[in-house]
Design a protein around this ligand. Structure first.
Ligand code: ATP
Ligand code: MG
Length: 411
């Protein structure tokens, strides 16, 4: 058996699942396969208990990066699959150390540790004996000191039934649950920092996410729509398939504004957004709405206004960032690749007709009166008729319902 490059994917929370575990694992496997880059050629998949082993024909590094974007995987080890003889293990360990730390291992000093595990309990050495034996061999070849409490390099060895795996190259995955294992949600996606981060949080709890963005068209330029488009394109890396609907809200906003006290406009608009999102959710099988609200962040996100907004929807409104600070949200946006899109300037529909002093208190009864005056059902129906759909897969656009670019959506 030749040493063969492979990836060991360790599943996270799926392990808390009892009888439902096979369903979660099946979903995870489908999601992984959807995300395989074509550049890797044929990829052999071998599930083994809590670990999924992938053998790509080529481009293992690219595959490892990609697998770090699939919810449900906690850890990705790039490993060599080798025969179980101690000599082969030592040789593989040194080869992997050279790959990661450079050809001349003696040129530097890297405190290291060996962590061996055996699934094959019949193996003639115990884990402890393996640790010592390999540790001594590596020390002799490199001159590096062993440091078990704070190693800079960890050589991981797994003795399996057929072969052994040796790895020194570990990266963290996204963790969480496989997308689709908790159902489907409709995310209200603005061009800001919060809602894309909220979306990924919910994907990581197993929700397939569809997206709706409201532009201020025909009274704003298409900049916010471009941002929503770019955001969903990026977010589509984290789930098998993503759909974005863009609705032109400007006309309905005007009507609503002329029927309400200026201070209540923002809450009225937010309720309208929820009603439209709920209509879309019903058409496309989503069982919850998701927003990027964070308690107290702006006037529309006081407890009173959140309660008033919630009463416009029958579906649960999930707000995963409710307890997050803006700083934490932006740091997360940077990690997931949405920050550089969210930071771009845009003409957002919320600033259109924004009152100078929005109310921090509101009640559903008053808002219902406003909505009756404005004819909210017609506003929902009219706005829904402007919807344009875009589809994305693996960070790429797949198709668009109308014309070639999102310009048309924003008019
Ligand atoms: P974000 O909250 O995403 O950073 P923002 O700060 O502009 O953007 P807020 O005005 O605080 O958004 O709105 C709170 C939430 O309402 C957003 O997180 C989003 O879920 C929803 N929302 C706001 N504007 C829009 C929009 N134009 N289209 C879709 N959803 C929106
Ligand atoms: Mg916000």
């Amino acid at each position: 058996m030749q040493p063969t490059r492979c990836l060991l994917l360790k599943q996270g929370e799926i392990f808390l699942k009892g009888e439902n575990r096979p369903t979660f694992q099946r979903r995870l496997r489908q999601n992984l396969e959807q995300a395989f880059p074509a550049e890797c050629g044929r990829i052999r998949v071998q599930p083994r208990g809590g670990v999924i082993v992938l053998y790509p024909q080529r481009e293992a590094e690219l595959l490892a990066k990609r697998m770090a974007e699939v919810p449900g995987i906690n850890v990705i080890d790039s490993a060599l699959a080798v025969p179980k003889e101690p000599a082969a293990l030592a040789e593989a360990a040194l080869a992997e150390l050279r790959r990661v730390w450079g050809e001349d291992l003696g040129d530097r000093t890297v405190p290291f540790a060996v962590a061996a595990q055996r699934r094959d309990k019949q193996y003639r050495l115990t884990s402890e004996q393996l640790n010592r034996k390999l540790g001594a061999q590596i020390q002799q070849a490199t001159g590096w000191p062993v440091n078990l409490s704070h190693p800079q390099a960890t050589v991981r060895v797994e003795i399996n039934f057929g072969e052994a795996f040796v790895s020194v190259d570990r990266r963290r995955g996204l963790g969480g649950l496989p997308v689709g294992s908790s159902g489907r949600a409709m995310v209200l996606l603005s061009g800001g920092y919060d809602s894309p981060v909220a979306a990924l949080r919910m994907m990581k709890r197993g929700l397939s996410c569809d997206f709706v963005h409201f532009s201020g068209a025909p009274y704003t330029d298409p900049s916010s729509t471009y941002k929503a488009y770019a955001l969903v394109k990026q977010l589509s890396r984290f789930q098998p398939a993503s759909r974005l609907w863009v609705a032109q809200l400007g006309t309905a906003q005007r009507t609503l504004a002329s029927s309400s006290d200026p201070a209540l406009r923002t809450v009225a608009q937010r309720r309208l957004m929820l009603r439209i999102a709920e209509e879309l959710a019903a058409r496309h099988g989503a069982e919850a709405l998701v927003t990027g609200d964070s308690l107290g962040q702006v006037a529309s996100q006081t407890l009173s206004n959140i309660a008033t907004v919630d009463e416009a929807a029958r579906l649960p409104v999930l707000r995963p960032l409710l307890g997050w600070d803006k700083e934490e949200i932006i740091a997360e946006a940077r990690r997931i690749g949405t920050e550089e899109i969210s930071v771009l300037p845009d003409q957002d529909c919320c600033t259109l007709l924004a009152p100078p002093r929005p109310a921090t208190h509101s009640d559903a009864e008053t808002l219902l009166k406003v909505e009756r005056r404005a004819g909210v059902e017609d506003l929902v129906a009219d706005t829904v008729s402007t919807l344009q759909e875009f589809r994305f897969r693996n960070g790429e656009v797949e198709s668009e319902s109308a014309q070639a670019a999102p310009t048309a959506a924003a008019g």
